[in-house]
Design a protein around this ligand. Structure first.
Ligand code: NAD
Length: 446
């Protein structure tokens, strides 16, 4: 078993640390946010993640997990230091590396023995070289710190499962011994381990995320055509996804992609291309389509209710995806901003993300459930497809509203059922198809 230090106690750091501890390693988390350290010591986790609280508690109690803001303590006797700090977009789209640089510097200054640095944060091509240089500049005791690029592919909401059951583990390094040691740590996970150089590992992470964004923007463009012809994009996506060359994932038309990763990684790759004077029209189109989706939904809303000035609009769902309280780059933020520009009153409900959203939009009325949002609203927009919204009594919802208009931004509902419930319903290319209409007629006739 190894001694592992994990730098940064965010989504990736907490999951990485807890899962490695659960695999039997002794793990120390190093976090500069002292409030976060205090909460973690009391067993309060700053993120919502399935399975994480139970795993955290059991490994904490077993003495395999600890947390500190002191690098010397955090690195003492460790063989690995995983860097999992944030790399958000700077204004120009470039990934901000100041936290990675500062973590590398702190490691170099505090380490008391040889150490393998593992870069888990999503970082632009060439960052492993930057980290190597920062370490060489600040290391006082002449130790050798090889840098391994080991990008993380977990999905928020199922992050523990993804860590424990990865599709692939990518280990990018020039130092063969360091690569072997990092690969060995991942062997119990029983997944393919791909060894490559640092740069291949770095760009592979961007390529993966940007490919997901591309699929979503692609199906959103197909949805525009489906809207025009009255075809159901959900059925089209099903047919397309049945081709084993494609698969079904990330083909859901809707308000577009958000979250802490896809938007920043698309911007980051575009920035990388620009810095090397490479033209990337596809990536720009992927981004442009996504920026347009919330505007498209508001146009649909205006078609149904006319001017939005002074109207009360209800929002169902705020988090960037279901089962998360994360609102980073959530579509809800754009929808709220556009509605505010139109002079609307806004009511909203989300099972987990209201507290985070209220920090940015204190003037929205936050409700205790979806029915309270519907009450006296002039229209509803479904932004996040939480399971509990599927279970709503939609007849009751419609009856509570001033004007029962529903814009389904995630194609969650059935158009005909919504009409039966009393709604004027619109969606992102989700229509009752000719065949379904025909089935309805035949069933009705029988
Ligand atoms: N969130 C995801 O689903 C996900 C998935 C895969 C990859 N990633 C990538 O992983 C990285 C981390 O993402 P995240 O969502 O966990 O970020 P986050 O913002 O949730 O967490 C980062 C943590 O690092 C701490 N930190 C910053 N500088 C530090 C330093 N010098 N020393 C110690 N702690 C420091 C911050 O206080 C924060 O708690 C990013 O590059 C992201 O793109 C994220």
């Amino acid at each position: 078993m190894s001694n592992i230090s994990v730098i940064g106690a965010g989504y990736v750091g907490l999951v990485t640390a807890t899962c490695f501890a659960d695999l039997g390693h002794r793990v120390r988390l190093v976090e500069i946010d002292k409030d976060r350290v205090t909460c973690l010591k009391r067993g309060i986790l700053p993120i919502v993640e399935e399975q994480l609280p139970e795993l955290w508690q059991s490994n904490w109690e077993a003495g395999r997990l600890s947390v500190t803001s002191d690098y010397k303590q955090g690195l003492a006797d460790c063989e690995f230091a995983f860097i999992t700090v944030g790399t958000p977009s700077a204004g120009n789209g470039k990934a901000e590396l100041k936290w990675v640089r500062s973590a590398a510097r702190s490691i170099a200054e505090a380490a008391n023995g040889p150490l393998i640095i593992v870069l888990k944060s999503t970082v632009p091509v060439g960052t492993a070289d930057i980290v190597t240089r920062v370490i060489a500049r600040h290391c006082r005791n002449g130790h050798n710190f090889p840098v391994v690029s080991n990008p993380e592919f977990l999905r928020e909401g199922v992050a523990v499962y993804d860590f424990m059951h990865p599709d692939r583990v990518v280990v990018g390094a020039f130092d063969q011994r360091a690569a072997d040691a990092v690969a060995e740590l991942h062997e119990p996970l029983d997944s393919p381990i791909i060894k490559c150089d640092n740069r291949t590992a770095e760009i592979s992470k961007y390529a993966s995320n940007v490919f997901l964004a591309t699929r979503l923007s692609f199906i959103n463009e197909i949805a525009l055509l489906c809207d025009e012809y009255g075809i159901d994009v959900v059925e089209v996506a099903e047919i397309v996804g049945m081709d084993p060359r494609f698969g079904t994932g990330y083909l859901s038309a809707g308000l577009g992609w958000g979250g802490s990763c896809l938007p920043k990684d698309v911007k980051g790759l575009i920035h990388m291309a620009k810095s090397r004077r490479v033209s990337v029209p596809l990536l720009r189109a992927v981004q442009q389509i996504n920026q347009n989706q919330p505007h498209l939904a508001i146009e649909k809303l205006c078609k149904q209710v006319g001017s939005l000035e002074g109207k009360t609009i209800g929002i169902l769902g705020l988090s960037f995806k279901p089962n998360s309280d994360d609102i980073r780059e959530a579509r809800s933020l754009l929808v709220i901003s556009i509605l505010k520009e139109h002079g609307c009153q806004i009511k909203a409900y989300d099972p987990l993300a209201m507290k985070n959203t209220a920090k940015l939009f204190p003037d929205v009325t936050y409700c205790t459930d979806a029915y309270e949002v519907a009450a006296s609203s002039d229209a509803l927009i479904l932004v996040t497809e939480w399971d509990e919204f599927k279970e709503l009594n939609m007849k009751k919802m419609a009856s509570l509203m001033n004007c029962p208009v529903l814009i389904d931004g995630r194609n969650l509902y059935d158009a005909e059922e919504m009409a039966k419930a009393g709604f004027t319903y619109d969606s992102i290319g989700h229509h009752a198809t000719g065949l379904k209409k025909l089935e309805g007629v035949l069933l009705g006739g029988a």
